[in-house]
Ligand binder design. Sequence first.
Ligand SMILES: *[C@@H]1O[C@H](CO)[C@@H](O)[C@H](O)[C@H]1NC(C)=O
Ligand SMILES: *[C@@H]1O[C@H](CO)[C@@H](O)[C@H](O)[C@H]1NC(C)=O
Ligand SMILES: *[C@@H]1O[C@H](CO)[C@@H](O)[C@H](O)[C@H]1NC(C)=O
Ligand SMILES: *[C@@H]1O[C@H](CO)[C@@H](O)[C@H](O)[C@H]1NC(C)=O
Ligand SMILES: *[C@@H]1O[C@H](CO)[C@@H](O)[C@H](O)[C@H]1NC(C)=O
Ligand SMILES: *[C@@H]1O[C@H](CO)[C@@H](O)[C@H](O)[C@H]1NC(C)=O
Length: 817
Amino acid sequence: MMECGLRPSPTRVISLWTLLIGSFNIAGLRQVSWSARAESLDAVNLSAVSGGDATLPCDTRSPQPPDALLLVVWYKDDVPIYSYDGRVKGPSAHWADDTLTGRARWHASPHSALQIRDVVPSDRALYRCRVDFKVSPTRNYKFVLNVIELPEKPKIFDEKDKEIVGVAGPYIEDTSLKLSCVVSGGKPMPRLRWWRDDKVIATLPPVEDGSRLSLLELKIPKLKREYFEAVYTCTADNTALVPSLRANVQILIYLRPLLVEILAREQPLSVGQEAVIACRAVGARPPAIITWWMDDKQIMVNEPQKNSDDFNETISFLRWTPRMEHDGHVLTCRASHAKLEHTTIETTMPLNLHYIPIVALQLGSKLNPNDIEEGDDVYFECVVRANPPAYKVVWEHNGQVMTHNQRAGVIAGSAHLALQGVSREQAGRYVCTASNVEGDGRSPPVNLLILYKPICKNRETVIIGAAINEAAKVTCEVNAFPAPENFQWTLNNTMGTVELEPGKFTIDSTGRSILSYTPSADTDYGSLACRATNLAGQQIEPCRYTLLPAVKPDPPTNCSTLNLTDDSAELRCVAGYDGGLQTTYIVEVWETDTLIANVSTTTPVWKLHGLGSGKALTLLFYASNARGRSEITTLRVHTLSRLALQTEANTRNTNVDSSWALGIVAGIVGTLIAVAIIALVARRKHHRPIQYEAPMQTVKACKGSIQVVNHSPLQPDDKNPDVVPLGKDFNCTRDAERPPEPPPYGAVVSPPVGSSKSTHSLHDVRSNTPNTPASDIHSIGTIAEDRRSVTSGTLSRRREVVTTRTPLLANAKESCV
Ligand SMILES: *[C@@H]1O[C@H](CO)[C@@H](O)[C@H](O)[C@H]1NC(C)=O
Ligand SMILES: *[C@@H]1O[C@H](CO)[C@@H](O)[C@H](O)[C@H]1NC(C)=O
Ligand SMILES: *[C@@H]1O[C@H](CO)[C@@H](O)[C@H](O)[C@H]1NC(C)=O
Ligand SMILES: *[C@@H]1O[C@H](CO)[C@@H](O)[C@H](O)[C@H]1NC(C)=O
Ligand SMILES: *[C@@H]1O[C@H](CO)[C@@H](O)[C@H](O)[C@H]1NC(C)=O
Ligand SMILES: *[C@@H]1O[C@H](CO)[C@@H](O)[C@H](O)[C@H]1NC(C)=O
C-alpha cells in the first residue's frame, strides 16, 4: 500500500530545484584535488564533519628516553603548514601557515596531536607529520582527512508542492496521500529514509549522480482511520559522526462519524416530566455535530455537546419534556460532520411514553340516561387509556369510594360497574379513577338520574294549628325526581274524605305545594293528606297533617345557659308546641326590679350581652303567638365576677372592694345562720335517715342550673320546717341578696292542648295557686314541672332534701362571693 523510492517524474525534480536552489551551498560544489592520492595508500583515513573539529594524532615521544625532540612539522599535500620547534621555549616555538587562518594548534599532551577547529571542505587533504629527534631517526605519520559536508535539513512537500511544517492535511478519509522528502547537499550524498515510529518504511540510498538533491516520496493510496494523526519522520544521514537530520509530519484526516446511538434510559419517558436523553456519536474528527429531530422538525438543544478527551466520542444531552401528542412518534438523533457531506448518520427512538391514565366514564350504551327508574339495572363503562396499563380502577359515588358488594347489587370491576336494581339513593355523580405508576386519572363525572315517585320529606304527621276564619298555610314538601307536576290534597274528617280544589293550593317548581286553608267551622278540622305525582307515578304514602284549632303556645322548657361569662350569656330552651301559629320566644332579664334585657327571637336561643359582672339575674322565658303567651320558665343565674379575672383585679375601684368585703361578711353571717339551722335540724331529726343528694356542681358559675322549685299543693314536704329548699343554694343567693321580685307571672296549669279556653290573666295566675307562699319567690314553675312533681314525687322530694352536712353550704358561700 505504500510506495517509496525515487521520484519518477523529471518535472518534479525541476520544480524542486527551483525551490531549493537558493539554499544550496555553492562552495560545496568545489572539487578537491587529490594530489597525493598515491601516497595516501598507506595513510590512515580520518573523517571530520565540516564545521567540526579534526584531530590529527602524531606520536612525538622519543624511542630512547635521553633523546630529545627537535622539530615537528605538518605537511598538507606535502606543503608545510605547521611546525613546532622543541628547542625554543614560549609561543614562538609554534608556527602555522596562514592558510590555516589560526584554526590549528599542536598539543603535546595528553596525546600529541594537531587540532583543527571549524573544519572546512578545503581541509580535505593528505597530511603528513614529520618528527625529528636529536639522536633517533625521523618519523613520519600520514593521514587522509576526509571532510564530510552534512546535507541540509529535510523538507517535506505535499502533492501541491507546498512545504509542510508539522502537520499535513487535513485529508479526507479514504483518499490517497503523497508526501515528498527533499534533502539538498551533503558530501557524500546522504541516505534518505521515511519512518513511522521506529520502523523504516522507505529508504533512498546515497546516489552519486552529480545532482545535489535527494528526494524520497511517501505514498499512501488509501488513508484509513489508522493513519489518523500518524507521525511520519524523514531522516537524512551521510555520516555516523552526527545524528541524522530529521523532519516530522503529522497526518490529519477528516473522519466521518462511525456510530450514533441514543443511550438507553433507566426510567421510561413520562408525559409532562422533563427528561434528559443522551445521544453518543463515535469516530468523527473533528467531533460530530449532533442534532435532535422529532418528525423532521429539529429540537433545539441548549446545552453544548461534550467531547471525550481524545475527541473520538461526542455526547449531546437533550433536556426535553414529552407531551401526550408525542406518544408513538419517533425521536431522531443525527451525527454529521462539519466538513464532509453525505456522511451523516442517524438513530431513532420510538417514543413509548408513560402517562397518567386518561379516563372516560360512560353510561351503558343501551341505557337512556333520562329514563332510569328505581329498580332498573344500570351499567357504567370506564374507558381507560394508560401506559403502563392501569393496575386498579376505583369507582366513586358522590365522592365516596364504592366497594364491590354483590349482595347489595354493586358489581364493580376494572372496566365496568353494574348496579342491579338501583335505588334513588344511588343517583348522583359517578367517577371512575384509574391508577398506574404515573398517577391517578379521574374521569369527568357522570350524573346518574333515577326517576322515583314522590316521597314525603317529613314522614311524621305534622300538627297544624289554625284559627277559625284565619287562613292557615300548610306546606307539602316531597322528595321526587323529576319534580312533581301534580299535587292532590284531601281532608279527612268526621264527614268523610273530600278532595280540595286545585285553586286552594299552589305548586312551585321545587316540588312544593302550599295549601291555604281557612276553617270556617269546627267540622273543617281533621286530617289533611297531600299526594304528589311525577313522571314515575303517584306518591304512595301521602304527607299527613293534623289540623287543630290554634292555641297559645306551650312554654319553653329545659332552659339552660350554655356559656356564661362576666358580661354575656348564651341561653337555650326546648320549644314546646307552638299552638299551630307563628311563635316568638322571649327572655326577660331582671335584676331585682330592673329589667335589663327583653329579647325575642323566632327560635328559643338567645345571646345576651352587656349584662354586667357579678350580678344575680332572674331570667324569665316564655313563648308568645297570636293566641297569647305561654306560662313562664324561670332561671336564675349569676354572671361571673370580674374579680376572677386577674388582669382586671388591680384596676378595680374601692366600690368593688367594699362589695367584696360586704360579700365576705354576708357569707359569714349566712354560714352562721345555716349552721344554726342545721344544728336545730340535726337535733330534732337525728333519727331520720339522711339523704345525700347534692349536685356537686361548681357553683362558682352557677352554670346551667335550673332553678325551678316545685310548690305544688300535692307536695307533702312543702311545709316541712326541716327542709331547706334546695333552690336557695342553687340560686347562689343569700338572704342579704334576695333575688328581685319577679314580674307578676305565675305558674298555671294550662288547659289541655287544643282547648279554646287558653287565656288567663296574670292575676288569675296568682289566684289559681293559693298554696304558693307569697313570700317564696322561688315558686314559679311550669306546667311541666308540676306534672313531674305529681308523677315522680319521690324524685322531687329527694331533690329538696338538704342534709346536715355543710359542703353544700360551703359551696353556696363560695359561689356567692
Ligand atoms: C583509505 O581510503 C581509501 C579511499 O577511500 C582506501 O582505498 C584505503 O584503503 C583506505 N585506507 C585504510 C587504511 O582504510
Ligand atoms: C473511536 O472509537 C471507536 C469505538 O469505540 C473505536 O473503534 C475507534 O478505534 C476509536 N478511534 C480512535 C481514533 O480512538
Ligand atoms: C279518615 O280518618 C279515619 C279515622 O281517622 C280513618 O279510619 C280513615 O281511613 C280515613 N280515611 C282516609 C281516606 O284517609
Ligand atoms: C334537657 O337538657 C338536658 C341537658 O342539657 C338534656 O340531657 C335533656 O335531654 C334535655 N331535655 C329535653 C326534653 O330536651
Ligand atoms: C362564650 O362567650 C364568649 C363571649 O361571647 C365568647 O368569646 C366565647 O367564645 C364563648 N365560648 C363558647 C364555648 O361558646
Ligand atoms: C318584652 O317584650 C315583649 C315583646 O317583645 C313585650 O310584650 C313585653 O311586655 C316586654 N316585657 C316587658 C317587661 O317590658
